[in-house]
Design a protein around this ligand. Structure first.
Ligand SMILES: [Zn+2]
Length: 96
């Protein structure tokens, strides 16, 4: 289970499945968009990718909905405690 909160997220992406250049969806960096993305991802069959460097991020949590029509991505910060088990549950609940 991912334990990241929205403060670990650099930006979110939501859109139709397919090209992610921005023609089918939107990249956002608001707190609200990050919370929404994480809430959706926790309910989906997500995958996690890591990379060494990027646009201020170190990887992403991404998923496509069951219908295969929508993509949700949360790009996380360098050092984000993706698998940490010391995140307060109340903090996570507040995300939803
Ligand atoms: Zn495109």
């Amino acid at each position: 289970m991912i334990n990241v909160t929205h403060t670990d997220i650099v930006r979110s992406y939501t859109g139709k499945a397919g090209c992610m250049c921005g023609c089918l969806g939107t990249y956002r960096d608001t707190d609200r968009s990050k919370k929404i993305a994480l809430t959706k991802l926790r309910q989906m069959d997500y995958k996690i990718e890591f990379w060494k460097s990027g646009y201020g991020d170190a990887g992403c949590i991404h998923a496509v909905n069951d219908a295969g029509t929508r993509t949700v991505v949360a790009y996380f910060d360098v050092g984000a405690p993706i698998f940490a088990d010391d995140v307060d549950q109340a903090t996570l609940d507040a995300e939803a």
